[in-house]
Design a protein around this ligand. Structure first.
Ligand code: SF4
Ligand code: SF4
Length: 403
C-alpha cells in the first residue's frame, strides 16, 4: 500500500508528552506565530510544530494514552507552507541531532544509544497484523531509509546492520536492491510473527545477544531502531527537518483504507475523514493495532509520534463475550516474550496489590497483547496491567515524598 498525503488539518493539537518518561515544557505562548519545524516543547526529547499557524491554546487535552496532557493547539494558516530553517545540524554529533530533531521510536522511547561501543544495529521493518506503515515507508522511501541507516552506522562505528522484513512483504526486494552496495547491511527475511517490536527479543533473535532484565540491548552492543526513525534521521540530516509527520495506517471500517502521511497533532477524526470517513457506525477506535493498541474514548485525540495506525471497528467487528475467571492454563505465561507472569500481574493489579505487581516486574511489560490474545477466558489483561503500572508509579511517587 503506497502512502497518500493528507490535507493539512485546520488545527493541530500537539501533546507535550510523546515519549516515555517526561512531559516537555512549552517554549511558545498563546498568540505566537509558529512555522513548520519550529521547536515548541523542550525537555527529555524535543517537540516541534508540524504546521505554520497561530498558537491558540496551551492546555490539558485528551491524549491517546487515555489521559489529559498539556498540549499546544495551533490553528493552521490557510494553505501557507512557510518552511522553518532550523540551522545547520551537520556540526552536531549524531546523538545531538537525534535529540534535537525529537526522533522517537514507535515504542515511545527517544532514539538514543547510551553506549559508545555499538557493534550491531537492528532495524525493525516488520509490521503488526493490521498495520502496514513500515512497508509503505520502505516502498516509497527506500533510499532515504538506507541513507539514514548508513549515517547511523558511520557515526556509532557499528560493524554491521540488519534490516528485518517479512518474507511476504513487497518491500523485501526493494530494500535488497537498495542495499546491494553495502556489504555491512544485511536484509533478513522473516516469517510473520508477533510481537515483532520488542527490542530485547530482536537482539536475542537476530544478534544472538540475550538482554538480562534491567538492561537494554545497547548494553550488549546492539542498537535496535525502526524504519520510521531512519526516515526521520534522513529528514533531519538532509533537510534539517525534525520529526513532525508520521505515516499512519488507517484500516477497518473506513471507505478508503490506506497509509497516509499526517502532520503530528492532526485529530484522528480528520485522518479518518481523509480516508473517506467510516462505513457504518463506528463503535471503537483503536490506536496502533487490534492486539496491543489502545481504544480511544474520543476521536478528538491527536496523532502523536508513536502513532502507527488507527483501526475503526463497528459493532459486528467486536466480540462482546464477557470474560470468565482465569483457569490457570498458563497459556499467557508461555506466550509472554518478556518471561513475565501475566495471570498473576492481572490478579494483583485488579486487586490493587501494587507492591506485588512491582515485585513481579510489571514495568517490564511491553504491552504487546499476546497474553490477552491467547487467553481462553478473554480477560482484559493488558488494560489491567496498564492500570497496575499507573498504580505502581503512584505508589512509588508517594514513597518518594514520604522518604
Ligand atoms: S502484554 Fe502480556 S505478553 Fe506482552 S509483555 Fe505484557 S504481560 Fe507479557
Ligand atoms: S491465559 Fe488467561 S486463563 Fe490462562 S492463565 Fe493466563 S490469564 Fe488465566
Amino acid at each position: 500500500m503506497k502512502i497518500a498525503t493528507m490535507k493539512t488539518p485546520d488545527q493541530v493539537i500537539i501533546p507535550l508528552e510523546q515519549h516515555a518518561g517526561a512531559v516537555c515544557n512549552p517554549v511558545v505562548s498563546v498568540g505566537d506565530i509558529v512555522s513548520v519545524g519550529q521547536l515548541i516543547g523542550d525537555g527529555k526529547s524535543m517537540i516541534h510544530s508540524s504546521v505554520s499557524g497561530e498558537v491558540t491554546a496551551i492546555s490539558e487535552l485528551p491524549h491517546p494514552a487515555g489521559k489529559n496532557v498539556l498540549s499546544v493547539v495551533i490553528k493552521t494558516h490557510d494553505g501557507e507552507k512557510k518552511e522553518f530553517k532550523p540551522g545547520d545540524f551537520s556540526t552536531y554529533k549524531m546523538s545531538r541531532i537525534i535529540r534535537d530533531s525529537g526522533i522517537v521510536e514507535p515504542n515511545g522511547l527517544p532514539t538514543v544509544y547510551k553506549k559508545a561501543d555499538i557493534n550491531t544495529i537492528i532495524i525493525n521493518g516488520t509490521n503488526t497484523w493490521d498495520l502496514s506503515s513500515n512497508e509503505a515507508l520502505m516502498l516509497d522511501h527506500p533510499s532515504e531509509i538506507v541513507d539514514g541507516l548508513r549515517a547511523l552506522i558511520k557515526s556509532v562505528g557499528a560493524k554491521k546492520a540488519t534490516i528485518i522484513i517479512e518474507l511476504d512483504s513487497e518491500a523485501l526486494q526493494v530494500m535488497r536492491t537498495e542495499t546491494i552496495p553495502d556489504s555491512n547491511i544485511k536484509i533478513i527475511a522473516t516469517p510473520t510473527y508477533y510481537p515483532p517490536g520488542t527490542e530485547s527479543t530482536l537482539a536475542k533473535k537476530f544478534a544472538n545477544k540475550k538482554v538480562p532484565r534491567g538492561s537494554t540491548p545497547d548494553d550488549r552492543g546492539v542498537l535496535v531502531s525502526s524504519i520510521s526513525a531512519m526516515k526521520a534521521l534522513y529528514d533531519a540530516l538532509c533537510d534539517g527537518m525534525p520529526m513532525i509527520k508520521k505515516v499512519v495506517t488507517v484500516a477497518g471500517a473506513v471507505r478508503s483504507p490506506k497509509n497516509v502521511l499526517v502532520e503530528i497533532g492532526a485529530p484522528i477524526k480528520d485522518v479518518i475523514e481523509a480516508c473517506g470517513g467510516c462505513t457504518g457506525t463506528p463503535v471503537k477506535l483503536i490506536m496502533n493495532g487490534a492486539v496491543s493498541g489502545a481504544a480511544q474514548y474520543t476521536d478528538e485525540v491527536p496523532v502523536i509520534k508513536t502513532t502507527t495506525g488507527i483501526l475503526v471497528q463497528t459493532e459486528s467487528d467486536i466480540n462482546r463475550e464477557p470474560p470468565s475467571p482465569c483457569i490457570n492454563c498458563a497459556w499467557c505465561v508461555d506466550e509472554c516474550p518478556i518471561g513475565l507472569l501475566p495471570h498473576l500481574l492481572y490478579g494483583y493489579a485488579d486487586s490493587a496489590q501494587f507492591d506485588k505487581c512491582a515485585e513481579l516486574y510489571i514495568g517490564d511489560c511491553v504491552e504487546c497483547g499476546m497474553c490477552a490474545y491467547v487467553c481462553p477466558s478473554k480477560l482484559p489483561i493488558v488494560q489491567i496491567i496498564r492500570y497496575g503500572k499507573h498504580g505502581v508509579a503512584a505508589m512509588e511517587a508517594e514513597m518518594e515524598v514520604e522518604a
